[in-house]
Design a protein around this ligand. Structure first.
Ligand code: GDP
Length: 389
């Protein structure tokens, strides 16, 4: 499936960089083009793969290229004011080649949190291609303001996109790691999941023909549930001589896959993917739609295994709308990706909202009491001082 990526804010840009890196290393070739949007010049300069000509600095008249300092209302305002600059960059993209847009942003900050929903709204007005979001939730230890930003942005963003894929930094952070090296690992993990999912829908003619290949329309139909999505992943190394990691397969398939070992390997991989660490932890029962992609060398891609795994996921989620297929790649690994679309039982979102409401209440109370305290501090009494003007 061909995508145009738009990274908004610092996290948005860095994650897009990581997605491009994976796309190029593995020759997945699902990214057609990219744009990075920011209010901070320095963040744009830090990008490795989004070319300068595809970068848009917004809000310069208001914030002079210094960022919006985690103020997402300001992020939304300046993005809306300069949205013409972003749209003209989108206009330069080969939109006829893409199946969808993906807007990527960290929801806890200012620029991405406020700007991403604005860009989504504009793209949906103009283009017929689906507009998806990839939103990153802040970790708990980032504090109240980031949580409040994320909860407000989530509420807005989900209403402006065709589907919002969420990634929760809380579920992925490891204690004792520096923030930067932690993010780089997290971003690589995210890139792998999205890379396998979206490139599964790509066949360039040189590939082995999969028996039940996933195509772009199946990904689009899965995401058509709307709402919020989460992605699971699991992989296992095969016990045989090493080949490249997920490089595209050039030769034809030799299919002896439907033996018991291959079948069991696939069903257990799909279980691990769906029940293990999801990008957004949630209860999978009650999910509206799902997609299972199993990637690996064709001789171990058991069609019956995938069928069985699909049936298992239908039972586990309680929906009949589970799509699935295989993705033949030359690799020493077999990997399963599960896209669960339209998830509703997500305790983390409820927790985020509760902390956000408390933060909002505290901030308001603090603002009121601070105003009163300042008045009391500078008031010099009845026979006191006169202000200058
Ligand atoms: P903005 O530039 O104002 O949009 O704000 P940032 O993107 O810097 O930060 C927003 C949130 O994104 C932070 O609170 C973090 O939770 C998260 N974040 C920042 N950088 C990264 C990154 O490289 N990877 C991931 N997964 N999250 C990040």
């Amino acid at each position: 499936m061909k995508l145009a990526l738009i990274g908004v804010g610092q996290a948005g840009g860095k994650v897009v960089d990581a997605l491009i890196d994976y796309d190029r290393r593995t020759k997945s070739d699902y990214i057609v083009d990219t744009i990075a949007v920011n209010t901070a010049r320095a963040d744009l300069m830090g990008l490795r793969f989004v070319p300068e000509a595809h970068q848009v600095l917004v809000g310069t008249s208001r914030v002079k290229g210094h960022g919006v300092g985690a103020d997402n209302e300001l992020g939304a305002e300046v993005t809306a004011e300069d949205v013409g600059d972003i749209l003209s960059k989108v206009d330069d993209l080969p939109v006829h080649e893409i199946d969808a847009f993906l807007i990527v942003a960290g929801l806890g900050g200012g620029t991405g949190s406020g700007g991403a929903p604005v860009i989504a709204r504009e793209l949906k007005h103009i283009y017929t291609e689906p507009v998806y979001g990839l939103g990153i939730l802040p970790a708990r230890n980032e504090g109240g303001i980031y949580t409040l930003n994320a909860a407000r942005s989530l509420q807005t963003f989900v209403g402006e996109v065709d589907n919002l894929i969420l990634f929760d930094n809380e579920a992925w952070r490891r204690s004792g790691e520096s923030l930067e090296s932690g993010y780089s690992e997290i971003n690589t993990e995210l890139a792998r999941r999205l890379g396998i999912l979206f490139s599964a829908g790509e066949t360039d003619g040189s590939n082995a023909v999969a028996e039940s290949v996933v195509d772009a329309s199946e990904i689009i139909n899965t995401l058509a549930s709307g709402g919020i999505s989460t992605i699971g992943y699991a992989s296992v190394e095969l016990d045989r001589p090493k080949q490249g990691l997920f490089s595209r397969l050039a030769g034809g398939p030799s299919r002896e896959a439907d033996n018991g070992e291959s079948m069991n390997r696939i069903t257990s991989l799909v279980r691990r993917a769906a029940l293990g660490r999801l990008t957004l932890p949630c209860e999978i029962a009650g999910t509206e739609r799902g997609l299972v992609v199993v990637a690996g060398p064709p001789d171990v891609l058991s069609r019956r295994g995938i069928e069985r795994a699909r049936t298992w996921l239908e039972e586990e989620t309680g929906t009949m709308e589970i799509r699935g297929g295989d993705y033949p790649v030359e690799s020493n690994f077999v990997a399963a990706v599960t896209l669960l679309s339209g998830v509703y039982n997500v305790p983390r979102v409820k927790e985020l909202q509760a902390v956000a409401i408390e933060t909002q209440r505290d901030m308001l109370a603090k603002r009121q009491s601070s105003a009163a305290s300042l008045e009391e501090l500078v008031d010099s009494g009845d026979d006191g001082l006169e202000p200058l003007f």
